[in-house]
Structure formats: structure tokens, C-alpha cells
Design a protein around this ligand. Structure first.
Ligand code: PLP
Length: 417
């Protein structure tokens, strides 16, 4: 059962062909596009050009893959969770261990890629938005490694809730700039970062954190994360001789989901499942399930499904996991859902908490709360299947960052959150 994932020729594992590209305007069917201020059209086009030029350059990939191997720690293992599989009782569960990457989540795959692109374009400063602080930390990490100036925009509300990550970014040499507009959370931080970028794009690269935003970001972010699914596909074939029956990932903006699922898109036998945060339950209105409960609209430069109130205002969202707490979703996932290629699922706060404890106790792996949503739904699906079938679940990150939240919910600390 313990097949190894050591590749003698690391780079040869990756397929660099861009499959299912958006059209020239960045549309995935009717979704996506580039809805941005006139002043951002030029910088976005420059990034698009630089991306395609870099993607066709072997030297770019040689450096990117070298960093992914030796700095990030790829390939991440694919682990057959036998005890967890028995707990759920049904299909065999395999976990893609993005929690074992440097910084503890998949986000670094993307910040390495965009950081290299920024350097290639001669930019000396990078900026980013962050909600929980995870993308901010991954950006500040790469900025430190490349010796770039780094400003992170973060809602003041989120800063108060995520102080350890704020301090971590400072330690890495980044400035964390508080955002007070709107609800002082993630969507406001994106708006503020875009506003700053208008004035600074001459020397500044905006490292966007998920597979959303204006074209070309959804494409860029997806391509930088496909290492996840490409490795998993090679690893499952090597370990079991077959493809999974189901592949499952949680969805905030969609970067870990596109990373895992995209390389299985042309495998018709593999069911692709996206798991959204149902918060207190979708019927309560307190959730972050943009695909399940959203309407088509424009947010942060692209047409997608988003959560709006009756007046068409973007709604406040709720999830126990800060990384899934986003009112929009990547346009390509919206497209794959409408096209019928993507199956939708959801997990509540309580279900995620339960799945976190189950994995921890049965396998000795403490997952992030975000990833626990994928575990909860993946386990539910596995239960309905046979023991010779396979469910592949993306373990997008480790749970260390969530311990305070978890302990409060379990009543092990004072201060109910
Ligand atoms: C940020 C984050 C997510 C959600 O973001 P996506 O872009 O939807 O992947 C999921 N898991 C972890 C561990 C995260 O840090």
C-alpha cells in the first residue's frame, strides 16, 4: 500500500499544456471576463502577455519547478487514509497532502508562480489582499525570498481576528495596511488593493490570491495550482493502477479546487465535487455558498455567482473557516457547474468541526477547517460507495492556524467565539 512518490525526474511529471483555456477576453462560457477600471486594462494586459511568454519559456518552468521541489517541498504525498476510510465505511479515501507544503497550505504554489512573474516583469514591489491572512503570509514569504517590497491589504476587522498572521507577515518584512471601508473584511481588502494598484502599477505587481478576479488571474492561478491534481493523478495511478471515482475539494474562491480538479476534467469517469461552506446551514442565510445560493453578477472584475441581498448589495458571509468566507467564487467553477461537469456539495460549520476531529483521531493529521469541509462531504459520499472504489480529497492545508477557533467551539477555552 505504501507506494513511494519520489520521482527521479521531478519536472517530467507535469503537463505544461494549457487545457480548457478561456477565450481571448478571459471568458469561461458566459462567466469570467475583465470588468476593471480603464486604468487597470493596460496592466492586466501586460500581465497576460508576460504570463503567456513565461509559460512558453522552459527557463521559467525550470526555476518554478526547482522552487516547488526544494523550497515548497513538492511533490506532496498522496496518502491512503485506511482508518479514516473504515470510519466512514465505504470507498477508500486518499488524501492529497497540501498541508505538508512550506507555509502549510496550497497557496504558496500560486505565490511562487506570480512572484516569479513579477520579478520577470521587473517589478520591485508586490501587493496582495488577504482575509484570514493565509494568502498574505504566502505572499510575504515569497516577497522575502525574492527580496521584494511587500504591502498586504487587510480589513481591520480581519486583522483583529487574525493577529498571529498579521504579526507573521510583519516578521517576514511586509507592511500590513488596515482597510476600514465597507465591512472591513476580505472583499473590501480586494477593492483597496485594486485601488492602490491603479496608482502604483508602474513598479508594482498585484499577487491575487484565488482563481477569481479579472482576466488573466483565474487562468494564472489555476495553472500555477494544477501541480496538485497532476501529481495526484500520477500518484493514484502508481499506487492503485486506476483513477479515482470521485475527486473532492473545498471552495472559497476556487484555487485549491481548480488545482485538484482541472487535471481530471477530461477523465469522464471521475466525478468532480466542489464543497462550499454552509455555515449555520444554507437555509439560515448565514453561509458562504456562492455556487449553491448565489446569483450571476459582477464582483472583483469578473462575472460569476455571488451572494447578494434583495437590493443587489454583496452580502456578508459566514463560515467557521475564514478561508471559505468569500461572497463570490471563481468564474470557471461557475462555468463547470452550469456545464454539468461539476457536482456541488456543502458542509456546515458543525460538520467541518466533526470531520476535523475524526481525521485527527483516526489518522493523526490535523487539517485546516477549510479542508475539513471537503473531508465532511467526501466522507458522506464515500459512505454511499463500495470498498473497492476511490475518493480523492484535497487536504488543502494544516490546522495549526485554526486551533484557537476549534478549542473555543469545543468549549476548551473561555470566550465562546
Ligand atoms: C485559502 C484557503 C482555502 C480557500 O481558498 P481557495 O482559493 O478556494 O482554495 C482553502 N483551504 C485553505 C487551507 C486555505 O488556506
Amino acid at each position: 500500500m505504501s507506494a513511494s512518490c519520489q520521482y527521479t525526474d521531478f519536472a517530467s511529471m507535469y503537463d505544461l499544456e494549457i487545457k480548457h483555456a478561456p477565450d481571448a477576453g478571459g471568458h469561461f462560457g458566459r462567466f469570467g471576463g475583465r470588468f476593471a477600471a480603464e486604468t487597470l486594462m493596460q496592466p492586466l494586459k501586460e500581465i497576460e502577455e508576460a504570463f503567456f511568454e513565461a509559460w512558453n519559456d522552459d527557463a521559467f518552468h525550470a526555476e518554478r519547478l526547482q522552487l516547488l521541489e526544494n523550497y515548497v517541498g513538492r511533490a506532496t504525498p498522496l496518502y491512503h487514509a485506511e482508518r479514516l476510510s473504515r470510519e466512514f465505511g465505504g470507498a477508500q479515501i486518499y488524501l492529497k497532502r497540501e498541508d505538508l507544503t512550506h507555509t502549510g497550505a496550497h497557496k504558496i504554489n500560486n505565490t511562487i508562480g506570480q512572484g516569479l512573474l513579477a520579478r520577470r516583469m521587473g517589478k520591485k514591489r508586490v501587493i496582495a489582499e488577504t482575509g484570514a491572512g493565509q494568502h498574505g503570509v504566502a505572499t510575504a514569504t515569497v516577497a522575502a525570498m525574492f527580496g521584494m517590497e511587500c504591502d498586504i491589504y487587510m480589513g481591520r476587522e480581519d486583522m483583529a481576528r487574525q493577529m498571529p498572521n498579521v504579526l507573521r507577515m510583519r516578521l517576514l518584512g511586509a507592511n500590513v495596511i488596515p482597510v476600514d471601508s465597507g465591512t472591513a473584511t476580505l472583499k473590501d481588502a480586494v477593492n483597496e488593493a485594486l485601488r492602490n494598484w491603479v496608482a502604483s502599477c508602474e513598479n508594482t505587481f498585484y499577487i491575487f490570491g484565488t482563481a477569481a478576479g479579472p482576466h488573466p488571474y483565474p487562468l494564472l492561478v489555476r495553472q500555477f495550482h494544477t501541480v496538485i491534481g497532476q501529481e495526484a493523478r500520477a500518484q493514484i495511478l502508481k499506487q492503485t493502477g486506476r483513477l479515482p471515482d470521485v475527486a473532492v475539494a473545498c471552495v472559497g474562491g476556487g484555487s485549491n479546487a481548480m488545482g485538484l480538479l482541472h487535471p481530471f476534467r477530461d477523465d469522464a469517469s471521475v466525478r468532480l465535487v466542489a464543497v462550499e461552506a454552509a455555515g449555520y446551514g444554507i437555509s439560515t442565510g448565514k453561509h458562504a455558498a456562492s455556487l449553491a445560493a448565489g446569483k450571476a453578477g459582477i464582483l472583483h472584475g469578473n462575472l460569476t455567482f455571488l451572494l447578494e441581498d434583495e437590493e443587489g448589495q454583496v452580502m456578508g458571509t459566514h463560515s467557521i473557516s475564514a478561508g471559505l468566507d468569500y461572497p463570490g467564487v471563481g468564474p470557471e467553477l461557475a462555468f463547470m457547474l452550469e456545464e454539468g461537469r461539476l457536482q456541488l456539495d456543502a458542509a456546515t460549520d458543525d460538520e467541518a468541526l466533526e470531520a476535523l476531529q475524526l481525521l485527527t483521531r483516526s489518522e493523526g493529521i490535523i487539517p485546516a477547517l477549510e479542508s475539513s469541509h471537503a473531508l465532511a462531504a467526501g466522507g458522506r459520499i464515500a459512505k454511499t460507495m463500495d470498498a473497492d472504489q476511490i475518493v480523492l480529497i484535497n487536504l488543502s492545508g494544516r490546522g495549526d492556524k485554526d486551533m484557537d477557533t476549534v478549542f473555543k467551539h469545543l468549549g476548551w477555552l473561555e470566550n465562546e467565539s
